[in-house]
Design a protein around this ligand. Sequence first.
Ligand SMILES: *Cc1c(COP(=O)(O)O)cnc(C)c1O
Length: 381
Amino acid sequence: MKNRKLVMIPGPTPVVRSIQDQMGRETVAFGDPDFVKDFKEVIGDLKDIFKTEGEAFVVAGTGTLAMEMGIANITKESYDVLVVSHGFFGDRYVELCQRKGLKVDVLKSEWGTIVPVEEIEKKLKEKNYKAITVTHVDTSTGICAPLAEIGEVVKKFEDTLLVVDGVCATAAEPEYLDEMGIDVLITGSQKAFGVAPGLAIVLAGPKALERRKSLGTIRDYYIDFEKWIPIMRDPAKYFGTPPVNLIWALKESLRIMKEEGIENRYKRHIRVARAMQAALEELGFTLLAEREHRAVTLSNVLYMDGIEDGEFRKVLAEEGVVVAGGLGAYAGKMFRLGHMGNIDFHDLVSTISAIERTLYRLGIKDVLGKGVGKLAEELLK
Ligand SMILES: *Cc1c(COP(=O)(O)O)cnc(C)c1O
């Protein structure tokens, strides 16, 4: 018998039945009064949950489009921008900003570590940076940036807007825009929201909206805040066709979030991550990210000697769990395991058990039950 495939990559994450059902509904006109009401509620909920007096934008696209939207609306050519990079997705902002004609300085860390906050502060004093980008959780390394501290530092610089890439963090790691000094938060639907891929989600605080206004006409069209603001305030209006079923799916995801309570959701993610990480270490793996800055949304797991990446992931898939490979210099040396969104105890036990069976089949015989035992022990604490 074939095992069902549990998708434990860092996005798309498992989509629960009630969210899938929203995508299977009969599509209605985007002007349908019931849909307009639902869309309005989605926008209101996003602003409430992530606490901003600014604006929320939900458009068809991916996290990368959200990244582009985030920076395009607060900068113009030749502005100085600082990119803090903890890996592959931090680096993505470098090219993205350069293509827009921005003058980009980069602070990079060794993969698995952070750029110290003091270094960021020192750098910000050097120039009049108009924006700084920080990846909250870099999916390539499993590092979580100390966002609250960075926010406090950036607040001291009047002209510098803080753009946070929350694609692998939002809805799992705390992000409250106005109180944390986040001016723009960008994310996507397929990671900790647990919705299928296809939505770019951007939240802009009051300072970011002011900056957008002061820029006049910008070069970008589809991602221009000014084009979308009338629609986000009154979704009966039209600019580009909203992805009706995905917006319903997001609405269901937000309902689940409100039912759980966002603070409880953050705490659950910590508990799950620490238990999964303890179980993986119990099995003899090591984790790339330094312990103090480990993400709760995924684990970046280094292989022990004698385990080959391609074979490990092939056998693991046969055992019913799909994980992602390493990026950059860690390709072939590491796998990436997502544990975010709407997953439960069953998913976690199945995942660790499948990893044990995989190791067993690859010749490491003394693992069966070890990781699962550790996992349960941690989760029952
Ligand atoms: C996945 C991811 C992205 C890119 O999102 P896409 O939806 O694939 O375009 C950007 N940043 C981070 C941190 C991510 O994890």
